[in-house]
Each structure stands twice: as structure tokens, then as C-alpha cells.
Design a protein around this ligand. Structure first.
Ligand code: SF4
Length: 353
């Protein structure tokens, strides 16, 4: 970066004072709200996060109310946001803060990081925004901005570069208003120094930027080439008994933990969908099913893989279902589906049942 850190901080903060979007979590220094916003906005667009943030706070207005909440009630508020471990960890962290710190978040990043689900990024956000500590925050936006400011010639997803980026951010974070500075860096990345075609003409820190002066802004930051995303074909059984369908709850730990789903699983190589439905229901529920008509073929993308859900109506011809891989099973009528938290992929066909 050209010129000194001071001048850079000043230019960025001046821009932020005028241009910052008026978002509800920017109007507060309440650690609980800062914490919620930071956790919720990871992997989530701001417009979507906004709706969830307000709704979550209406249901759990204080740390205490979250600490005392039932896990299902918390997951229900998180339904559709994905990465459900975040919600379960928030509830556990809230309980720990109540228990160990009398309901007040610790202000040191080191202690914050000892709470479940709070990593370096979230600890930095709470410490700098809620407690005015001069610690950095490095998210995807900040990485991109820093890599361009310094015209870094190493891939930003490499651990060594990541370490360097944190050091660089720490050196740039001012002792005064570190929270505003950190938010300004993220805002710059989200609105001006965007991934494709950065808006350098409108950039408040253009004169400090090495990438701009070398005309490298469109080719930075560098990344290691991506591997192909795996794809899985899934057989999903909509098992009906009268007006009700059978759903199971996934174990709390692990992928989509604690959410409800329709029985089924991966179609094995060389297996057809009907055979997969029969096998999965036998293995996971201990029943024999007869597959009926197709309900839907739904595609859904998670971060590390994609799935195609082949959903078939099924009826039980032998046995009584028991939870062999789920923690519990329930028969539920479609008008009660909304009382259960389902993964997003399931939402794409629920209305067809
Ligand atoms: S000048 Fe362009 S590349 Fe440099 S920080 Fe600003 S928007 Fe990003």
C-alpha cells in the first residue's frame, strides 16, 4: 500500500461516516446483538440476514432468553439460513456466558474465542465493535481489499497468505474507533472493492492502492484453482399413512444436525431409485416400503456438494418404523410441517405433499 496507514484510515473512515448503510446492527454496541449479526451474516446476504436478524431478536430479545431456549425453537428461527451448527453453538455460548460471566460477554478476544462457535473473526468483531478493542476482523471482503491494496502476488486462500492478511489487518487497525474501521473495510469490500469489476473510480482509498496503480485490480486477488463440486443422487421417501407423512430428526451433531427430514439416502452406484428407496427405508427405519408415484425431482447446492433429491410417495407394507439413524420419528400432517425445522432442500417439495 502506498502512503501511510494514518492517511489511509482517515480516508476510509470519512467515507464510511457518509456512506455506511443504515443497518440495525450498526446502531448498537450491545455485544449480544453484534454477536448475533456477525454469526448470522456469515455465508448470508445482508438483505436476507436483515429479515432473520429482526425476527430472531423478536423471539430471543436477550442473551438470557436465548440461553434458556429449547434447541428446536432456536433452529426454527434459523430455518433456511443453513449452517445450523451456528444456531446450536449460539445457544450453547449464550448459556455459557450466563453461567460463567454472569450474562456479560467477556471483552477480550482470547476469552471470546473459548466460547463455542466463536472463531478469530467473530471474536474480533465483538471485541472491536462492542468493546472498542483494537483487534482486526478479516472476512472474505477484507481479504480481497487487503490483497488489492498491497497487490499481493500469492493466493489468498493459502494458510500462509491468510496469516499474512491477519497481520496486515492488525497493523492497519487504529486504536481509536477500531469497530468503525473494521466495518468500513468490510463495507468497502461489499460495495466498492467488489469481486468482479471493482468500482475504483468511486473508491475512497484509490490513491493508496497498489493494484489500482499497477492496473491489476481485475486480476487480483489470486486464488488456487477450485476442485469440481461432487454431486449425489438421493432417494427420498414420502411415506404416507392416512393424512400424515413420516419424518425423522437428524442427530444434533454433524451436518444439518437437529433438523427434520424425510427418510432416504444416497443412491448407490448401479442401484435404481426404487431399490434405493426400499434399501434405505429398511436400513434406517426397519420397514419394507412399496414406492409409488414421483412427487418431485429437486436440485439443491450445499457449499461442498450438490444433491438431486428424487422424492417418491411410498407406503409401508411390512414393519413398524423405528429410528435407527434418526433420534426420533414423527407422523405429521402437511399443515403442521411449518412447526418443524427442515433443511432447505426439503422445502422445495413440501408444498407438493
Ligand atoms: S482502488 Fe479499486 S482495487 Fe483498490 S481498493 Fe479501491 S476499489 Fe479496490
Amino acid at each position: 500500500m502506498k502512503h501511510g496507514a494514518r492517511a489511509f484510515q482517515k480516508a476510509l473512515l470519512q467515507w464510511f461516516a457518509v456512506e455506511a448503510r443504515d443497518l440495525p446492527w450498526r446502531r448498537t454496541k450491545d455485544p449480544y446483538r453484534v454477536y448475533l449479526a456477525e454469526i448470522m451474516l456469515q455465508q448470508t446476504r445482508v438483505d436476507q440476514g436483515l429479515v432473520y436478524y429482526e425476527r430472531f431478536l423478536k423471539r430471543f430479545p436477550t442473551l438470557e432468553s436465548l440461553a434458556q431456549a429449547d434447541e428446536q425453537a432456536v433452529l426454527k428461527q434459523w430455518e433456511g439460513l443453513g449452517y445450523y451448527t451456528r444456531a446450536r453453538n449460539m445457544r450453547r455460548a449464550a448459556a455459557l456466558v450466563m453461567e460463567q460471566y454472569g450474562g456479560r460477554f467477556p471483552d477480550s478476544p482470547e476469552l471470546l474465542r473459548m466460547l463455542p462457535g466463536i472463531g478469530k473473526y467473530t471474536a474480533g468483531a465483538i471485541a472491536s465493535i462492542a468493546f472498542n478493542k483494537a483487534v482486526p476482523i478479516v472476512d472474505g471482503n477484507v481479504k480481497r481489499v487487503l490483497a488489492r491494496l498491497d497487490a499481493m502476488d500469492t493466493a489468498i486462500d493459502l494458510p500462509a497468505t491468510e496469516k499474512l492478511l491477519w497481520q496486515r489487518a492488525a497493523a492497519l487497525t487504529p486504536a481509536k474507533t477500531p469497530g468503525d474501521f473494521n466495518q468500513a473495510m468490510m463495507e468497502l469490500g461489499a460495495r466498492v472493492c467488489v469481486p468482479r469489476s471493482p468500482l475504483c473510480e468511486n473508491c475512497p482509498v484509490q490513491r493508496y492502492c497498489d493494484a489500482f496503480s499497477k492496473n491489476l485490480q481485475d486480476s487480483l486477488p489470486l486464488r488456487t484453482p477450485k476442485k469440481a463440486v461432487p454431486h449425489h443422487e438421493m432417494a427420498v421417501a414420502a411415506i404416507r399413512n392416512g393424512e400424515e407423512y413420516l419424518i425423522g430428526r437428524r442427530p444434533s451433531e454433524g451436518f444439518l444436525g437437529g433438523l427434520w427430514e424425510f427418510p432416504g439416502g444416497r443412491i448407490q452406484p448401479g442401484e435404481n431409485i426404487t431399490d434405493a428407496l426400499v434399501r434405505e427405508c429398511c436400513e434406517t427405519l426397519g420397514v419394507t416400503v412399496r414406492p409409488g408415484g414421483l412427487v418431485a425431482v429437486v436440485k439443491h447446492a450445499y457449499t461442498h456438494f450438490r444433491v438431486t433429491l428424487n422424492v417418491y410417495r411410498c407406503s409401508i407394507v411390512n414393519g413398524t418404523p423405528e429410528p435407527r439413524t434418526h433420534t426420533e420419528l414423527q407422523w405429521v400432517a402437511p399443515d403442521s410441517f411449518s412447526n418443524f425445522a427442515f433443511p432447505r432442500g426439503n422445502h422445495k417439495f413440501l408444498h407438493l405433499l
